[in-house]
Each structure stands twice: as C-alpha cells, then as structure tokens.
Design a protein around this ligand. Structure first.
Ligand code: CTP
Length: 421
C-alpha cells in the first residue's frame, strides 16, 4: 500500500487513460498489484495481455480490478477489428511491464503479431511509451537485447530499468522488475519529464517536396528474348527513393528499369524496360514534381531493328547488330522543365578525365548538381552495396565522399538537395 508521499507522486496520473500491457515473464504475477497502484493513483486503466503473460497472471482478475475487459487477442472484438487504433489514440500513456526480451525484439523489428505489439504500433508519436523490462540476467546482458533497448530509446521510448535481486531462475542478479509501487512511481516521474516522443516533430528536410527518381538499367531488345543492357542493379536509386520518402519526408515517384531491388510501399513505383519507356514516363511525371534525380543508367544505344521472334543461330551465323543512339532523357527534360524545378544527374566515369567529364555534363545538361561515380574503383559503381562519389553543384561546390554505404550516400545527396534554393 503506498504511503502518503506516493500519493503525491501519483498526482500526474489522476484522470489519465493508461494502457497497461503485460507480456510473458514471471514478473507478470505482479501485474494486478501494478494495476491496483495505477488505479489508486486515479488512472483509468485498460489492460492488454499476451498469451505468455496469461501463464503468470489472468485477464479475469485484471478485468475485475480495472472495470474494463482485459484484451488478450488481436481479434478481440469481431465488430471492431481496428480496436487497437481507437484505444491507442484515446490513451494518455502506455506502460509495458513486465516487458520480455522477445517483445523488445519484436518492437524493434516492427513485428506486431500480438495485441500488445499491435497496440504499441498504433500509438501516436505524441503519446509516451514506457517499458519496464524483466528477464534473467543472462538474457538482459545479451548484446541483441541491449541493442534493441538502445534503438528504442533513440526513438523516444522511455525505460524503467530492472534492478538486482532474486530471479526466476533461482539465481540472484540483474533483470528483476522493480516492485509495483516503484514501477508506478517511476512511470509517473517519466511522464512528468518531457518525453522525446512527445516533442514537437522537427520539419523534415524535404517534407512537402515531390521528387521524381529514375533508377536501374534499361534493356533494349535485340529480339524476343535478348537485349542490350548494363550491370546497374538499381540499388543506388532504390536507396535514394527509400531515404527521400522515409527519412527526408518527400513524396517520391520512382521510375525503375528492370531491377529486383525492393522499395518501400510509401514510394510510388513505375516499372519500365526500355530507354524510350523511361523517357515517356519521366516526361509524363515531371510536371507534378519539384525535383528530378536522374540516377538511371540509361542505355545509350538500342538495336535499330529488333526482331519480334527469337533469332535462330542458323539465321544469323555471324550476327552484326545495327545500333542507334537512344534519346538523351535529360536533354529532353531541359526543354520542358519549369524554372523552379531542380534537376540532378549522375555521371559514371573512369580514368584521369573523370572529373572533367562530370563537370562538362553538369554544364552541358544544365543540371543543378551532378554525382560522379567511378566504375574503376573498388567498392563503387554497379551492384556494389557501397559507393565513392564526388558531388559537383552549379554554384561551384565540390564534395568528395569516401567509401560509404549506398544508404549513407543517398543521405548525403539528399541533404545537399535540401539546401538548394
Ligand atoms: N542520361 C539520360 N538519357 C540517356 C543517357 C543518360 O538522361 N539516354 C542521363 C543519366 O541518367 C545520367 C546522365 O545522363 O544522369 C549522365 O549519364 P552518363 O551515362 O554518365 O553519360 P551520357 O550522357 O550517356 O554520356 P556518355 O555515355 O557519352 O558519357
């Protein structure tokens, strides 16, 4: 029973709707006492339990204590399958305690396959989430568990640290959930401290911008089954699209040549095959966009007379192909660009003249920025997961980027684009 000092501590919880979630740990046996302490502090408590939690405590006792039916199933209400969205949006804070190592891992990985995780996934960013982990010391010290906690903290999740004491294994060590009145006292103190999740989100660097990105190779048909292409994997363009959408907050359209690389569902993807199809898609999409990043490795040549059938060896014992240049998409874009649209190109070059070729293309194609990739250096160019780049801008900036992941390269390029006015 809390002393009068504790009653003062609990003033923050008065009249607040608290989602109290319980996962599988022996400490779940303390859940009814935690719930009782929350209620005693004036909170309106709604409990949600995983299957494992129910091995240690019962939904029945928590329902009786709180006056609300404890939720134990994702499909808890047959008439309202989005119960988690409504419950999460109406809450003032969420407490998961005890929180198992598995729950920490799933929260970090975005695996929302039980009612507690589903509810956490629906919690608005401005609603505090507090976690009280409980597990045996060996588990607590696992690098994966500690990494998951660090990652969740970086996202603004707050923690009630476990304490040293008797553990379920019979051993004494670190990993024990504090006593229920301590949990509630710490929960209240964390709600009082300004939670980073509750902080006003900073405007995203490219929020509100519409970015058109081209990526991958193009394939130019020779006959029904053969083509001329190049070794571009689409990884750099896919990284640009993912980062622009997920990290920089832009609305992204990706025009992708043949590539097996996946892109996030937030990216509007248009798949094309040939340089002509890519050109048509770019010219159709460009008017609705503020920025074009022309990352695709567009084939410079196409067979002039592709066959609709598959050519037999006997038909062409010594086959010579006639090739014609494809249209330069960037040149066509320049003819129709609006004054406020920013255009960024890429240049794939090698040898001693790489820099002067790239600078030449920046000028010739009237670009705002060009990214030079070298095909003759280890760890850069097609298919690799890394890149080395030199970035040149119209205003004279030259930035060397040493070997970095394509995701990191994408961030650097997008940060510079965000600075163009
Ligand atoms: N590009 C384009 N249309 C083409 C070929 C290239 O828009 N038919 C774009 C690329 O997407 C890239 C830039 O032009 O942003 C430079 O491409 P690159 O292949 O390096 O140079 P090219 O202009 O094709 O010239 P060259 O191959 O002679 O170096």
């Amino acid at each position: 029973m809390p002393c009068s000092n504790n009653v003062l501590h609990y003033i923050m919880l008065k009249g607040k709707k608290i989602l109290y979630c319980i996962t599988g740990s022996i400490a779940a046996a303390k859940a009814p006492i935690v719930a009782r302490e929350l209620i005693r502090s004036g909170a309106d408590v709604h409990c949600v339990l995983t299957n494992s939690a129910q091995k240690f405590t019962t939904a029945y006792s928590l329902s009786i204590l709180t006056g609300h039916e404890a939720i134990t199933d994702i499909f808890s209400s047959s008439s309202n399958t989005t119960w988690h969205v409504h419950l999460a949006r109406s809450a003032d804070a969420m407490l998961i305690g005890p929180c198992s190592a598995a729950t920490l891992g799933k929260l970090r990985s975005g695996i929302y396959d039980n009612p507690v995780l589903l509810l956490a996934s629906s919690l608005p960013e401005s609603t505090p989430l507090v976690i009280a982990p409980a597990m045996d010391e060996e588990m607590w010290l696992q690098p994966a568990v500690q990494e998951n906690i660090a990652w969740l903290k970086s996202k603004g999740v707050q923690f009630i640290e476990p304490v040293k004491g008797a553990l379920a294994s019979g051993l004494t060590g670190f990993g024990r959930m504090p006593e229920p009145d301590e949990v509630v006292k710490k929960f209240e103190a964390l709600l009082k401290a300004p939670a980073p999740r509750a902080a006003k989100p900073r405007p995203l660097p490219l929020g509100g911008k519409r970015i058109l990105i081209t990526a991958g190779p193009t394939y130019e048909p020779i006959d029904a089954v053969r083509f001329i292409g190049n070794r571009s994997s689409g990884k750099m363009g896919a990284a640009l699209a993912a980062e622009a959408s997920l990290v920089f907050g832009a609305d992204v359209t990706l025009i992708m040549g043949p590539s097996a690389v996946a892109t996030p569902s937030s990216v509007h993807r248009i798949d094309v095959e040939t340089a002509d199809q890519m050109r048509d898609a770019v010219l159709a999409q460009l008017p609705g966009h503020d920025i074009l990043i022309m990352n695709a490795a567009v084939s410079d040549f196409r067979p002039t007379d592709p066959s609709k059938a598959k050519i037999k060896k006997s038909q062409q014992p010594n086959w010579k192909l006639d090739l014609a240049p494809t249209r330069d998409i960037l040149k066509d874009v320049m003819a129709s660009r609006k004054p406020k649209q920013h255009i960024i190109g890429f240049a794939l070059e090698g040898g001693d003249d790489a820099t002067s070729y790239a600078k030449g293309k920046l000028e010739e194609k009237g670009l705002d920025m060009i990214v030079l990739n070298r095909f003759d250096q280890k760890g850069s160019g097609f298919s690799s997961d890394t890149n080395r780049m030199t970035i040149f801008t119209k205003s004279g900036l030259q930035k060397e980027v040493p070997l970095a992941s394509k995701t990191e390269c994408a961030r650097i390029i997008l940060s510079l684009i965000a600075e163009i006015d």
